[in-house]
Design a protein around this ligand. Sequence first.
Ligand SMILES: [Zn+2]
Length: 76
Amino acid sequence: MAQYKYSTYLHHDTSVAFDDIHQPGDVCKHSGLFRCETCGDEIAANKGAALPPQNHHQHASGRPIRWRLIVVAQQR
Ligand SMILES: [Zn+2]
């Protein structure tokens, strides 16, 4: 689970961007942290870059990787 120390640097946001589930290789619309819905693995990814492919990590269950945006990095 993503961790932080100072809550003053985070802002609660109800954007639908956090509801979308992304496939391996999808292009990120936001820079930030993504979490695999299947196993909880977390990664950092940049806007405009592809999310890691299906072979990024494996699940014993054989279920696919499904990425969810959990924290957005605000860029100026
Ligand atoms: Zn996973």
